[in-house]
Ligand binder design. Structure first.
Ligand SMILES: Nc1nc2c(c(=O)[nH]1)N[C@H]1C(S)=C(S)[C@@H](COP(=O)(O)OP(=O)(O)OC[C@H]3O[C@@H](n4cnc5c(N)ncnc54)[C@H](O)[C@@H]3O)O[C@H]1N2
Ligand code: MOO
Length: 390
């Protein structure tokens, strides 16, 4: 059995960043920017008024000064002339500041009669002008690689980038196995249960930027499993669920071996998740997750998400590890790293009493996976523990 760290290194070695494609800006949210992109223009492209008011010369601003209004500058329609001494131009937010002006007085500080304006006794000294290029200038870059968020999409739009270079979405084939499984919504037989893992995992992978192909459930026969593997051939990653352990009907290992799988490892010193396997099969990377529902989901978080981030070209592939004090005492850990389902309350970690790897209701309540190293001694209230947010 290898350690979690060794297994992580091995699975990351099995994948590499995928190629790039261009997508329309509207489709780029949540995708990974593959190369830096360069602003095609400056913003604002001209000195612009930040308020509704009157454009003037700063040197002429003094209490009770009078100006003649000679024209108007609105957003999208600038004033074409040059402002001269004693003149003002009516201006609105977003309009280009006319040539000759270097100050905008807000309309609240002005009295207007016909074409004449008079400043008040006290005029704010702020010029209310946004300088050209104050946000960004032509040639500035948005750096890669990053997951594009709505604020990035707005910035790219302002930079006039209509097509965005992003990493292709990794295609993940999910292959659930087991005679006991039926799809949600179907009527299970007396010995059957609903296939839940494929749904939880596909939600997890799609959230992280993958395109998921959910294959039909494979039965516990060599023929059915071979057929399912054949359907997964063009995926970037095959994720099998179940059939990984040592029972007579646990056929993933033997069938994968028969199909020529080059195994990187089998079994990891972790709880849950011990019978994990990974390798290459028919030129595709495969990871075999244990069938117990919480084991499958925990292995998804610990192993598959970093693989996915690597394929997406992200440099930070690991989820950040945080620490918090323990809210209750816990016994010494056994020989496997334990990823305990825990809740965070008032800044302290409370691992659930029930850690059986079949309990999805406990996982759904948890907001943290508390990480206990192998053979960690008993811990007291207040002892700092590491955890991952889930
Ligand atoms: N003698 C031993 N028995 C077991 C060992 C062991 O070391 N020696 N390891 C245990 C551990 S740890 C795990 S984890 C499980 C993993 O077994 P498999 O990967 O072979 O999983 P299955 O036997 O197929 O299923 C286990 C459990 O999970 C349910 N399951 C499977 N797939 C799904 C799915 N897609 N959705 C919902 N539930 C699923 C299945 O019905 C079983 O109840 O092995 C232990 N045994
Ligand atoms: O590893 Mo199993 O995943 O302990 O339930």
């Amino acid at each position: 059995m290898i350690s979690v760290e060794e297994a992580l290194e091995a699975v990351l070695d099995l994948v590499e960043p995928l190629d790039t494609e261009n997508v329309a800006l509207r489709a780029a949210n949540g995708r990974v920017l593959a190369h830096p992109v360069t602003a095609q223009r400056s913003q604002p492209p001209f000195a612009a008024s930040s308020m509704d008011g009157y454009a003037l010369r700063r040197a002429e601003v003094e209490p009770d000064a009078m100006f003649k209004v000679v024209g108007e500058a609105a957003a999208g329609h600038g004033y074409t002339g040059t402002l001269r001494a004693g003149q003002a131009v009516r201006i609105f937010t977003g309009a280009p500041v006319p040539e000759g002006a270097d100050f905008v007085v807000i309309q609240e500080d002005v009295t207007r009669r016909g074409n004449l304006i008079t400043l008040g006794h006290r005029v704010d000294t702020k010029d209310n002008i946004r300088p050209a290029g104050g946000d960004f200038t032509m040639g500035e870059q948005l750096s890669a690689s990053r997951i594009l968020r709505p604020a990035d999409i707005a910035l790219l739009a302002a930079m006039n980038i209509a097509n965005v270079p992003v990493t292709r979405k990794p295609i993940i084939a999910i292959l659930a196995t087991g005679d006991e499984l039926v799809q949600p919504g179907e009527a299970p037989g007396p010995d059957q249960i609903i296939a839940s893992n494929s749904y939880g995992l596909s939600a997890m992978f799609e959230d992280a930027g993958a395109e998921v192909r959910m294959l039909p459930i494979a039965r516990d026969t060599v023929a059915s499993l071979k057929q399912a593997f054949a359907l997964a051939r063009d995926a970037d990653l095959i994720v099998t669920i179940g059939g990984a352990s040592v029972g007579d009907h646990d056929l993933i290992g033997p069938v994968a071996a028969e199909l020529g799988m080059k195994q990187a490892f089998y079994k990891v010193a972790m709880r849950p998740g011990k019978p994990l396997m990974a390798g290459r099969i028919n030129g595709t990377t495969m990871i075999g997750l244990p069938g117990n529902p919480v084991s499958a989901m925990v292995c998804g978080v610990i192993f598959v998400l970093p693989m996915l981030r690597r394929m997406l070209g992200l440099t930070e592939v690991y989820a950040p590890i945080r620490s918090a004090p323990l809210g209750r005492e816990i016994d010494a850990n056994g020989p496997r790293a334990h990823y305990m389902r825990a809740t965070l309350r008032d800044g302290a970690l409370y691992p659930d009493d029930r850690q059986d790897s079949s309990l999805l209701s406990v996982l759904a309540q948890a907001d943290a996976l508390m990480i206990r190293p192998p053979r960690d001694p008993a811990q007291n209230i207040g002892d700092m523990q590491q955890y991952l947010v889930i």
